[in-house]
Design a protein. Structure first.
Length: 261
């Protein structure tokens, strides 16, 4: 494949194809359902970055409306946000500040990119507002992917990488889709299994109702969140897990649910 080149007066970004093929991550290093939100106002550039990341098996969400970035981040809860600094009349640094100020999005890592604002003062400002990396363009496909993976690894917990998730008396096999409580199998519906998986992967942390609804039920960002549906399934899951494990799924009013350590 020939290299893809994007040149504008604003900035330049060169994507070179690895002659050896795509970068192969270490086995199990990053989960295959890792989501990345791209925030870029240039459609062709946004499409090129999306292609590069999807070739590495990431799930990519592209923000086509810059006014919807905060809502997309809150709804989809991506594992990482890749955002240009120069966004028409908006600033990626200012958006980073807003993301870090909101409880639903404050823990999502952000990588900023820029080929125009490359001075040290801009980079320092980006880091001060909460960015995890500030990439200067041009950058090769390989280095971009490596930086993305490096940030994701820093944020990933052991539970998020594991194929078998455990709590006291509970073992959940993600690949086999089996759950054992005190060594005995229990029958969960698909939604209940996915709910339990999401809660165990973020054990000890709040998993927002919006994230559970859009991830487990698979509705798009524009769909209104049905918190009652989530509540009913959580109640059923608690019942099937039994009183001791069931009470570990704690409701956090106005936010979501947490599986207690």
């Amino acid at each position: 494949m020939l290299p893809l080149r994007h040149d504008t007066t604003k900035e330049s970004f060169i994507m070179s194809q690895n002659p050896q093929g795509s970068i192969t991550p270490q086995e199990g290093a990053i989960r295959p359902d890792t989501k990345i939100l791209i925030v870029e106002d240039n459609p062709s550039f946004r499409k090129m970055v999306k292609v590069v990341l999807e070739e590495e098996k990431f799930l990519v969400i592209a923000a086509e409306d810059l006014n919807d970035v905060l809502n997309l981040a809150k709804t989809h809860q991506p594992n990482l946000i890749l955002m240009d600094v120069v966004l028409g009349d908006q600033s990626g640094i200012a958006l980073t500040q807003k993301l870090k100020a909101q409880p639903y999005t404050s823990s999502i890592p952000v990588i900023l990119l820029s080929g125009a604002q490359t001075d040290e003062e801009f980079q320092l400002q980006g880091f001060e507002e909460g960015a995890d990396d500030y990439i200067l363009k041009p950058i090769s496909n390989e280095l971009l992917v490596a930086k993305v993976r490096a940030v994701l690894r820093r944020y990933a917990s052991a539970e998020e990488l594991a194929d078998v998730l455990q709590a006291e008396g509970l073992a959940l096999d993600v690949k086999a889709r089996k759950v054992l409580v005190s060594g005995q199998p229990i029958a969960l519906t698909r939604k209940e299994f996915d709910l339990l998986t999401a809660l165990l992967r973020k054990r000890g942390q709040v998993v927002y109702t919006t994230q559970l609804y859009h991830t487990v039920w698979g509705y798009g960002a524009s769909a209104p969140v049905d918190s009652h549906t989530v509540k009913v399934h959580v109640s059923s899951l608690r019942s099937k897990l039994g009183p001791d494990l069931g009470k570990k799924i704690v409701n956090v009013p106005g936010l979501g649910y947490r599986f207690e350590n």
